[in-house]
Design a protein around this ligand. Sequence first.
Ligand code: FAD
Length: 486
Amino acid sequence: APANTDCDVVVLGGGPGGYSAAFRAADLGLKVMLVERYATLGGVCLNVGCIPSKALLHVAAVMDEVSHFEALGVSYGKPELNLDKLRTHKSGVTGKLTGGLAFMAKARKVEIVRGYGMLTGPHSLTVEVTTGDAQDKTGENRTITFKRAILAAGSQAVRLPFLPDDPRVVDSTGALALPFVPKKMLVIGGGIIGLEMGTVYSTLGARIDVVEMGEGLMPGADRDLVKVWEKHNAPRFDRVMLSTKTVAAEATPEGIKVSFASAKEGQPAPEAGVYDLVLQAVGRSPNGRKIGADSAGLTVNERGFVPVDVQMRTNVPSLFAIGDLVGQPMLAHKAVHESHVAAEVIAGELLGDEKLARAAFDARVIPSVAYTDPEIAWVGLTEEQAKAQGKKVHKGLFPWSASGRALANGRSEGFTKLLFDEETGRIVGGGIVGMNAGDMIGEVALAIEMGADEVDIGKTIHPHPTLGESIGLAAEAAHGSCTDLP
Ligand code: FAD
């Protein structure tokens, strides 16, 4: 590195990966600069991802729950929607969090540079400075020199090229803006993001069609979990088109007319539909090709990801990369854990701390959650993966129809499933479908990280009556009973 750099570490991108890296590096005593093109920190997750979607999903979940209260002896009137207030609520939630981040950056003396940053070499980048809004360029270019950089430029929604440029065609960011409540909506892509947004819009009053290329919704999750969700959610959808491609679309005064084709040869195409709103949720692509990688000799693979090792090192010794930029799963909690590794390795190198320099990303498992209603959460090996890998597992299953708490909640459709290695008895995976499944899956992740077996989990006293109890009971079910202790 040049002798006098502007900072020890520059972080490119202020999402969950970037701000966490900046904060950890500053806490470890390094001089840190953080480059972010937008006015607020927080990236996709806080501004247009995890948090605003959950603010809306919470409202939808309460509306759905209340709509079933008549059977319990309590009646409410028909809900009246004030979209302005709902938008204000959502922005209030994200504003509190992003404001908190600005405060935390200041407290740590992390200098924030607003603008679009591009690498110009292994120890320098230039920022096209903005006043805060990405469009609002000041005409000033600022060069920042650094000893190390942590690249955390994230990802963006994939756009289908044949969809018309029309306000009625949106990605998740457009959908979260709640432009209006459509009568008829098409969700392209039956993954987590598409189905979460479909849930919100359906509860607010839209009729939904879903089109998915794969053979099932919610790819990645075991089918038994998804089936419970499908049964509960069937009333929301007019058509769920599986193994189907979207092939063309046209903007007409009546709506966006979308045509489909079967993804299976020789199968007839579903009939075209006309929609007031079309959400494309077909995945996200990393921003690896947009950060001046070539100028620094940085390797970017053909899909736009920046390859890294377990210490988050790229092929250039001064450059580290984390988060959505480096690969799947594109999840905020993965980005944050990687950010800490990168910051610690760098601090170890620059401050000569051997222990920090040995930090590595060593997670056994990363949980996934669909915050739909019911929620679906899974972690570690799925049954399908176990089968595909020829790994012998046995499962413990606890149906929520036997859970006092689930029955009291009026939501007993779910179940908790744990998978144990046939040879060692240790837990290797788990899945939960039901209310609050996402809040519970962390315990299963902890059990896997700790190498727990059936008896460890089954003999752990869970509070009664809780949904979390179902984890202990599923372990007991796997073991037969927990009386024959080893
Ligand atoms: P990002 O959050 O994408 O942040 C990158 C930042 O870098 C952005 O602020 C961007 O403006 C900035 N940037 C990029 N390039 C430059 C540049 N050249 N110069 C300056 N700034 C730049 N994950 C979960 O774990 N749980 C969820 O519930 C969840 N829900 C989601 C819902 C939706 C609708 C979406 C779209 C995503 C959701 N995700 C969720 C995924 C999650 O948002 C991402 O995994 C996470 O934000 C990745 O963090 P990151 O720091 O890698 O990148």
